[in-house]
Design a protein. Structure first.
Lengths: 270, 359, 306
């Protein structure tokens, strides 16, 4: 077949718009303002270790919550009738049609000290909560925005599990806990891994959510990078260096997770 | 093999053609790209300008001088008219980012004179106006909610008062934010003594760690003060007036330690595509009637006697917009700082933003 | 068993409440009589009327839709061709290119945005230099430069849209019986025709699915647009962002409500049509059968062990 040529335009496209931008970022990171090779931006990175810590911690918390909510949801959905399934999936996708900035902004109205949540709490006789402009608000924003990215991949994997395998296990005397632990969970791991990736990366790099819901009180990596390019402290070289370090740490985390995940999968299957 | 070469050729051509087209395609339509502060214009003025001149206005807004500077420095975005403040203008002149203004295109500029308001000292950023035409001027003060702030507010100390815990808003940019602490400590806004800047930052960090600050904001202050979410914060006097109009519980004060006087002016960046349209736009904005429309919408002071005469008496007599000489005497204008002090400001500001807030 | 059902429905309901609370707030307050976004002051259509007179919001809306439609169409054509091209490659180059294809999906939006911005600016300077040489040689004074604007915005959107299309077509191609295509050719059909008549019908759900996701991503994107659109154009998301710095006008609530309702309506119509089609025809292949589900994988997610 001579259809390989069809891929050539896009391969060139990737070279121009996917690979070379990353090379430019690398070049920026390793040069200084005068264009000379320099490691100064990496050496100064220690100053921002706090930001790295906060960002990774908050992203971790948000991912954990998304998994805790998203996995059961995907599992429960997969056991519903096709019609309920279809409607639920559409319901999960649908919010994305309202711009995410606007939805996040609406959370401000809900979480504020005079917001809907507190008015409701006071109405039923509970003390109001202080959530807005804290890290908790940022995490809520992350969970809200990225939960669908956890549910959909897990769901699409669980739904494909062959029911006969489960029946076989049940016939062999496994109760539902054992079936879940030994069959469903291991088989759904690829979905879980891909969900974690799809939630963790946008969480660790967001700058909009922390700006809107964090009130400028929590500085995340995304904010730090944004302010180097279009914000208050212009320094694209430093911004590139921070981006690179962030990418590197994320890649290491993902690699470790996959190694761990795959090992687990095989162990259980054996 | 031939096919493959053909495909490569086509893709490369397409990319370049598209890129090329974007550069040329714009010339056919008359446009002016304007980059202004948020909430800093009466938007109907833009429509009026389009109607009168047939020039289409692409209007974008920025939040701080520094982010405007970053967007320009980045390259890629070509603005024809920008509205930086005093110190940023001198920085941009020094970095050769602005082009001299051709006053022949701007006859209305003759009506602009800051001397009429005793604030000509402010003009040190561009003494003979070679690069900039003043748009508005004003001062910074404290806006507070009389219902929720218990202690009387007369000083910057109100922003560090523990009785306002969790209700305080602060500026979200280094120069204004650290500037307040400098003034409160009795230093100059333009100090180049790093020890003083550090002390000021420490004060702000302490304020944050004690849980006094609710949020660091720029224009979000409108919503938070009007809606009663926050009780006290520093902001520009003109905007304070807008907020007081929407929420009568709010009041404004000039801190006794003195404050910042600023002038925002219209400039044309070096790489502007539409110089003539930029001139036409600036000229239009200098028309006294247009100045009055903008002044009424934004609440800032006009830099023109002719426009001032057209204002309502209550606006002319507002001590908030046109403060007394005694207040003005106490005001300082930001000056452009040496490169290393600017960098020090950046790293000190990062230190503040990274500090954990207490509760 | 019954109790179990109730419990799981309750759980789904709670999640739906979490997902839709802000949307309800937005829609309700698009009908508010004042600008407040927390205090209800009475019912009014004021913001809907104002919306249609606001040229900035309307033009941002046009830009958003135009970019999304163009990017989706281009991504569909390029993505389909590429997926077919990839499928006929040997395993090693294919998995290498699929890995590259995953980069825009896995990479943080902010890095994609920033790096594309740097690229466009770099191309701009390079082209300007190139233009100067040409002008010098030919003696003209044509302007050569890339400035951030509609074009760069479109290029960026195409770049992050194509991977979704490829990822949703690839599994369909894998299921495709390769002999089918060859059989068609043996029977004398020219390659183009055998593609059109044999391959395309098989992968159509994948294409639709990819387009739907690409379009959704384009509409929802803010971060990449923010860095690549520059001065001349702004999308709805950018307009909203510049408003979050002060006060969001309820006009934005109004336009979002309208867009939301249009999508809802479309989905309902498609669904009804599909239910009817299911009754007459055993093979559903509209857009939503792609989101669904019971069928084999068409997961548009980068799975790393692929």
């Amino acid at each position: 077949m001579k259809k390989r040529g069809l891929a050539i335009p896009y391969i060139i496209w990737m070279a121009i718009f996917v690979v070379s931008p990353l090379i430019i970022v690398i070049i920026y990171a390793f040069t200084n303002e005068t264009g000379q090779f320099s490691l100064e931006h990496f050496q100064g990175m220690g100053l921002y270790s706090g930001v790295f810590g906060t960002s990774f911690f908050l992203a971790f918390v948000a991912t954990a919550f998304c998994l805790l909510i998203g996995y059961p949801l995907a599992y429960v959905l997969s056991r519903e009738s096709p019609n309920v399934r279809k409607i639920s999936l559409i319901l999960i996708m649908l919010p994305m049609w309202m711009n995410f900035l606007l939805r996040t902004y609406a959370w401000m109205s809900i979480l504020e000290s005079n917001g809907f949540l507190n008015r409701f709490l006071v109405f039923i006789g509970l003390p109001p909560l202080h959530i807005i402009n804290t890290e908790a608000a940022v995490v809520i924003g992350m969970i809200y925005n990225f939960l669908p990215f956890m549910v959909l991949p897990i769901y699409s994997v669980i739904i494909k599990i062959d029911h006969k395998v489960i029946e076989a296990a049940q016939d062999l005397g496994a109760n539902s806990i054992v079936v879940f632990r030994r069959i469903i969970f291991p088989l759904s791991l690829p979905g879980v891994l891909s969900g974690i990736t799809m939630v963790f990366i946008p969480s660790v790099s967001t700058f909009v959510i922390s700006k809107l819901l964090g009130g400028g009180m929590t500085l995340l990596l995304g904010d730090l990078i944004e302010t180097q390019f279009l914000g208050n402290t212009y320094n694209p070289h430093l911004g590139s260096a921070i981006s690179l370090v962030m990418m590197a740490i994320v890649m290491i985390c993902m690699a470790v997770m996959h190694r761990f995940g795959e090992g687990e999968e095989e162990a259980v299957l054996l | 093999m031939k096919k493959r070469l053909f495909a490569i050729g086509i893709t490369v051509c397409m990319v370049f053609l598209l890129a090329f087209a974007s550069g040329c395609g714009k010339g056919s339509e008359k446009v002016v790209n304007v980059y202004n502060w948020g909430e800093y214009i009466d938007e109907s003025v833009l429509k009026l300008f389009e109607k009168r001149t047939g020039i289409h206005v692409n209007y974008n807004t920025f939040e701080t001088n520094e982010s405007m500077y970053a967007a320009l420095k980045n390259g890629g975005s070509n603005y024809d008219v920008i509205f930086p403040s005093d110190y940023m203008i001198s920085r941009m002149i020094a970095e050769n980012m602005l082009q001299p203004i051709d006053y022949q295109n701007i006859p209305n500029a003759s009506k602009i004179n800051l001397k009429d308001f005793n604030v000509q000292s402010a003009l040190s950023y561009d003494p003979d106006g070679a690069y900039s035409v003043p748009y508005a001027w004003g001062t910074v003060g404290i806006i507070y909610n009389t219902k929720t702030v218990k202690n009387p507010v007369t000083s910057w100390g109100g922003l560090f008062d523990a009785s306002n815990k969790g209700q305080i808003l602060m500026f979200n940019n280094a120069r204004d934010g650290i500037g307040i602490a400098l003034k409160y400590l009795g230093y100059s806004l333009n100090t180049i003594n790093k020890e003083e800047i550090k002390k000021a930052t420490d004060l702000l960090i302490d304020q944050k760690q004690k849980g006094l600050v609710q949020a660091y904001v720029m224009d979000q202050i409108f919503e938070k003060m009007i809606g009663g979410e926050a009780a006290i914060g520093p902001y520009y006097a003109g905007d304070a007036l807008t907020m007081i109009q929407e929420n009568p519980d709010l009041a404004f004060c000039y801190p006794k330690e003195g404050t910042n006087l600023f002038v925002d002016a219209m400039c044309i960046p070096k790489n502007a595509d539409n110089k003539e349209n930029a001139g036409a736009f600036i000229n239009f904005m200098c028309d006294p009637e247009i100045m009055v429309m903008n002044a009424k919408a934004t609440g800032y002071a006009v830099p023109s006697r002719a426009a001032y005469e057209l204002l309502d008496p209550e606006e002319q007599n507002s001590k908030l917009i046109y403060p007394d000489a005694s207040v003005l005497k106490n005001c300082e204008i930001y000056k452009n700082l040496p490169q290393d002090v600017n960098a020090f400001y950046d790293s000190e500001w990062s230190r503040l933003t990274m500090a954990k807030s207490g509760s | 068993m019954r109790k179990h059902r109730v419990g799981s429905r309750l759980f789904i309901g709670l999640i739906a409440l979490f997902l839709y609370a802000p949307i309800v707030v937005l829609i309700v307050f698009s009908f508010n009589a004042t600008k407040s976004r927390t205090l209800w002051a009475g019912f009014s259509f004021e913001w809907y009327i104002k919306l249609f007179q606001d040229s900035r919001i309307m033009s941002a809306c046009t830009t958003t839709l135009l970019v999304a439609v163009l990017a989706t169409l281009i991504a569909m054509v390029v993505g389909t061709a590429t997926a077919i091209g990839f499928s006929s490659m040997k395993k090693r180059p294919r998995s290498f290119f699929l890995l590259l294809n995953n980069i825009p999906l896995i990479n943080a939006d902010i890095i994609t945005g920033v790096s594309l911005m740097l690229l466009f600016v770099f191309m701009g300077t390079a082209l300007a230099g190139f233009g100067r040489i040409i002008n010098h040689m030919v003696g003209t004074s044509t302007g050569f430069h890339v400035q951030l604007g509609f074009l760069t915005l479109l290029l960026a959107h195409i770049t992050f849209d194509i991977p979704y299309v490829i990822l949703s077509i690839t599994p369909k191609l894998r299921q495709l019986d390769k002999n089918l295509f060859e059989a068609a050719q043996d029977l004398g059909a020219p390659p183009w025709q055998s593609f059109w008549k044999v391959v395309l019908p098989e992968i159509r759900p994948g294409i639709f699915n990819g387009m739907l996701i690409a379009f959704t991503m384009s509409i929802d994107d803010f971060v990449i647009s923010y860095f690549t659109a520059g001065s001349g154009v702004s999308t709805l998301a950018m307009e909203i962002y510049s408003m979050t710095r002060k006060r969001i006008s309820p006009e934005i609530n109004a336009i979002s409500t309208l867009l939301f309702l249009i999508v809802l309506l479309l989905l309902i119509i498609i669904n009804i049509r599909q239910v009817r089609q299911d009754k007459t025809n055993a093979r559903p292949d509209t857009m939503l059968s792609a989101i669904d589900t019971t069928e084999e994988d068409s997961a548009p997610y980068p799975t790393m062990n692929a």
